[in-house]
Design a protein around this ligand. Structure first.
Ligand SMILES: [Fe+2]
Length: 241
């Protein structure tokens, strides 16, 4: 990057430059303690109570059709507790779909960065295309099992909530390429762990053909992770050299 991504400015958040205000702030916290009674253990107790009383986030819909399951002789077994696999497949579908949009936001960053590197932009486009491909692999797997790929499973819902922070970092016009790339790293780390787990789950459920297709996705995800780590490393090292 030809322009610095980190600049030096006034200390607006720390106490170092203002010992007098620090003393006054400490005095104020003594004069006006928190108006919520109790301490941390009360929060924990309250959370425990709420957890006991709460419903689950959602449920996995029963497969509407078994037609798809007959497509492949090897994968026709439904396995024990197929809803566990369907739930995780729903999560992967939501995650990969969001991934395509996250990369679109990353592309806007990389393209508008001063001294934008066309090779980096090309690689990001390629990764984005693969995330879309992964989404379709998962969609087909759900269909094969007779599930509804458009249904939001509980784990899919949780995945959407988890990605909110990453999305906010990437779509904030003020964040740098480096900051955005670190948000992408969060996604790719999870992607790798999740595909690994999904392969094991598919094998255990008696779906070797699905597991085989997922292995192809995992290999691509491993490359994504290595690529993003290298982008971050190069970008930061360029800033200090
Ligand atoms: Fe990925």
């Amino acid at each position: 990057m030809s322009e610095p991504q980190v600049t030096i400015g006034t200390n607006r958040t720390g106490i170092q430059t203002s010992p007098q205000d620090t003393a006054r702030q400490l005095e104020a916290t003594r004069m006006f303690p928190a108006d919520v009674p109790g301490d941390m253990s009360d929060y924990t107790a309250e959370r425990e109570r709420a957890i006991r009383e709460a419903d689950l986030i959602g449920s996995v819909p029963a497969p509407g059709t078994t037609k798809g399951m007959l497509k492949t002789a090897l994968d026709k077994t439904i396995g024990k507790a197929p809803e566990v696999l369907i739930d995780k497949l729903g999560e992967r579908l939501a995650f990969e779909r969001t991934g395509v949009r996250l990369y679109e936001a990353m592309l806007a960053k990389a393209t508008s960065a001063p001294g934008a590197d066309p090779a980096v932009v090309d690689t990001l486009r390629q990764i984005q295309a693969e995330e879309l491909e992964h989404m379709n692999i998962v969609r087909e797997a759900i269909e094969t099992l007779g599930g509804d790929p458009t249904a939001m499973t509980p784990c899919a819902d949780v995945a959407g909530v988890k990605a909110m922070g990453v999305l906010q970092v990437l779509t904030d016009p003020r964040t740098t390429v480096s900051q955005s790339m670190s948000a992408i790293l969060t996604i790719e780390l999870e992607d790798n762990a999740a595909w690994e787990l999904l392969i094991e789950l598919a094998q255990k459920g008696g779906h070797p053909l699905i597991a085989k297709r997922f292995k192809h996705a995992l290999e691509q995800e491993e490359t994504h992770l290595a690529t993003v780590r290298e982008f971050i490393r190069k970008d930061l090292l360029a800033q200090v050299s």
